[in-house]
Ligand binder design. Structure first.
Ligand SMILES: [Zn+2]
Length: 120
């Protein structure tokens, strides 16, 4: 796999070590979006994208899965968080470990924001 895209995650320039202590220091248990990845010469390379109602807890679940770094942003509204996850998923799909389209919360029928996405 050699075609890594740095692209735009909308999570700013900062990234952090994906360790329990780093997560505890920089992330609160709030809703938001995150990306896991590694560093190459020209920047952060996303390999996994996700969202959670508890970023701190979710990021700690990902420790020891082989991703050395993470980025994140807090996002209040669940719908906005879903839209961001969809955008990140489609933008980086070729290089992501994620194999399934972002899921909607139970009972929601929100369409994916990407025009032409067949996962409606
Ligand atoms: Zn989609």
């Amino acid at each position: 796999m050699d075609e890594f895209d740095m692209g735009e995650l909308g999570m700013g320039e900062r990234y952090y070590h994906l360790t329990e202590s780093a997560v505890d220091r920089v992330v609160t248990p709030e809703r938001g979006n995150y990306a896991l990845g590694f560093l190459r010469d020209d920047g952060f390379v996303p390999r996994w994208v996700g969202r959670s109602t508890n970023l701190r807890g979710r990021l700690k679940d990902h420790v020891d899965e082989g991703h050395p770094l993470f980025k994140f942003r807090y996002v209040g509204p669940e719908r906005e968080s879903f839209d961001i996850e969809c955008a990140n998923y489609h933008a980086f799909k070729k290089q992501l470990v994620n194999r399934v389209h972002p899921r909607r919360p139970k009972g929601q029928r929100w369409p994916c924001p990407l025009v032409g996405c067949r996962d409606w």
